[in-house]
Design a protein around this ligand. Sequence first.
Ligand SMILES: CC(C)(COP(=O)(O)OP(=O)(O)OC[C@H]1O[C@@H](n2cnc3c(N)ncnc32)[C@H](O)[C@@H]1OP(=O)(O)O)[C@@H](O)C(=O)NCCC(=O)NCCS
Length: 246
Amino acid sequence: MIPARSIGIARLFGGLEVVAYEAIGEADPSDLLEAERVAIEMASAGRRSQFAAGRLCARAALRTLAFGDEPLLIRTDRRPAWPEGAEGSISHTVGFGVAAVARTETLGGRGIGIDVEKTGRVHPKLFPKLFTSREIDLLGELSPSERALRATMVFGAKEAFYKAQFHRSRAWVGFGDIEFSWDSAVDWDSAVEMVAVPATELDVLGLFAWPVVARHATRDGVVISAVVAEPAQPATMTASVASAPA
Ligand SMILES: CC(C)(COP(=O)(O)OP(=O)(O)OC[C@H]1O[C@@H](n2cnc3c(N)ncnc32)[C@H](O)[C@@H]1OP(=O)(O)O)[C@@H](O)C(=O)NCCC(=O)NCCS
C-alpha cells in the first residue's frame, strides 16, 4: 500500500498550502519506523494497520514539505507529535487513511482538521448524542439515503472541527456545542460545503471566527470532511486598527 498525493483533498482546505495524501487498502505496520512500531505494538491488529495508514500518509506529506523522515509519535493528548514547523491532521477507517499537513508559518494561527467516515455508520439511534435538535429536524426532512449521507457528513465535520480547534484550545468541545446547517441537496459535482455556528456558550468557541466551513469529498462509500478553524480577530488588533491614524 503506497500513499498517493491528493490535490482534491488538499483543495478542501480552501486555498491553504496544505499537502494531503490518501492510502487505500490495508497498511502493513512493518512499514512503520521502529519508534512508531514500538509506540503501537500493544494495540490490536486493526488499530496497528490503521495507525500505519495514517502515519505513512503523514510522513509522505512531511517529505513533500521538505521535512526529514523522523518518527511521528503520539502525544499524551493523542495528537501526532508533528515536527517543529509543521501542523496537520490524520484520520483513518478500515481500508482507508488520510493525512493533511502544512508548514505552520503558512497557516497564520489556523488549525486544520480532517476526518473520514464510512457512509451509513451513524445510526439514527445515535442522533440525539451527536446532533442538536435543529440538526435532527433538518436530517428529518431528507430521504433515508440522503439522511444517511448527510448524517455522516455532519458527524465527520464535527470530528474534523474537534481536531482543528484542539490545535489552539487544547480543550474538549462536545457534539452539542456546535451546530451545522446546509442549504441544498448533496451535489458531488461541486465541493459540498456546510457551515457551523456555536450552539452553546462554551468559552473556547470564542477563540474562533464563525461561521466555520466544512468541505467534503467521497471515495467508495467513505466521506472525507475537512475543516479550517480560523482564529477570532484578537480584540487588541481591532482596537489598534480602529485608533490608527488615517
Ligand atoms: C479525537 C477524535 C476526534 C478522533 O476521531 P476518530 O473518528 O475516533 O478517529 P480518526 O481516525 O478520525 O482520527 C484519529 C486521529 O486523530 C488524531 N487525534 C487524536 N486526538 C486528537 C486531538 N486531540 N487533536 C487533534 N488530533 C487528534 C490522531 O492522529 C489519531 O490518529 P492516530 O492515533 O493514528 O495518530 C475522537 O476520538 C473524539 O474524541 N471525538 C470526540 C470529540 C468530538 O469529536 N467532538 C465534536 C466537537 S463538535
